[in-house]
Design a protein around this ligand. Structure first.
Ligand SMILES: [Zn+2]
Length: 287
């Protein structure tokens, strides 16, 4: 028995023990171990209370024991699901790593060629490992090609009776413009109005990552984030605004140091209802 219990006090009732489950299932993947621990503890507490309770009738004990067994089964299922998704994620990660590793030599050679065509001496000390570093860097900066929304939203969508606007603003975004392969970066503001389903807030930032870690144009990036959230959550509306500085404008060409490009994508009620759209734009601008 993992806990010492005061057998004379009613510490855990069967209903309390079972009530723990829905709230645990709503938690995002990381705290699952905490939830599972809670469930295991509550299951143990319950069992102990049943075995040691003089105030329960035989029928009550039997019913409570069944409930306790159910909690145990659910804990077991929880562990199995968790293990399965960890194993799947692990396989997926290894596959991506293998793919990246197999493409690394060709990329390294390509970067060596680029340096030579720039007139550099690729044998000088400072550049010896540059092609390899650059190859790894470009793989990281475009890692979004390997990722899908399904991968990251696994277990992170929860049923919730909430239909007010949710806004997450100032999400950092770094991307590469597909015309010049130089960075553009800035902030993303996301708003959505749930339709009985909400997503863990950090997952919105992960969705931004998936689409920004590719060769992009800002307009498409904005729309992909909005459509991605819309498809995953089926909300009443999604609004996305991106403000970004483009190094291809700042460092070359027109060299406008402080220029910012602002793009927006509005879906559902944000498109149909000007008031809702205004509310989002007002709240996302506020510091
Ligand atoms: Zn560009």
């Amino acid at each position: 028995m993992p806990l010492s219990l005061n057998h004379t006090s009613k510490q855990v009732s069967p209903s309390l023990s079972l009530l723990l489950l829905p709230s645990c299932q709503k938690s995002p993947p990381k705290p699952i171990s905490t939830c599972t621990t809670l469930l295991v503890l509550s299951s143990s507490l319950l069992l102990c209370t049943i075995q040691c309770s003089p105030w329960l009738t035989q029928a009550e004990s039997k019913r409570a024991l069944t409930m306790s067994t159910k909690v145990g089964d659910i804990v077991e299922e929880f562990h199995t699901d968790n293990k399965m998704s960890t194993v799947n994620n692990h396989h997926e990660t290894s596959r991506k790593e293998l793919e990246d590793a197999s493409r690394l030599p060709a990329l390294e050679t390509a970067y060596t060629d680029i340096l030579r065509h720039l007139g550099e001496d690729t044998d000088r000390e400072g550049l010896l490992r540059t092609p390899l570093r650059a190859a790894k860097a470009i793989q990281f900066l475009t890692k979004g090609y390997h990722e899908t929304i399904d991968d990251i939203l696994n277990n992170a969508i929860f049923d919730e009776d909430h239909d007010e606007m949710v806004i997450v603003k100032d999400i950092d975004m770094f991307s590469l413009c597909e015309h010049h392969m130089v960075p553009f970066f800035g902030k993303v503001h996301i708003g959505y109005i749930p339709n009985k389903k909400v997503v863990g807030l950090s997952k919105l930032a992960r969705i931004v990552e998936i689409f920004s870690r590719r060769l992009q144009v800002q307009e498409r990036l904005t729309k992909q984030i909005a459509v991605g959230i819309s498809e995953a959550l089926q909300p009443k509306g999604v609004a996305v605004v991106i403000e970004a500085a483009h190094m291809c404008m700042v460092m070359r060409g027109v060299q406008k140091m402080n220029s910012r490009t602002v793009t927006s994508a509005m879906l559902g009620v944000y498109l149909e209802d000007p008031k809702t759209r205004e509310e989002f734009l007002y709240l996302s601008r506020r510091t």
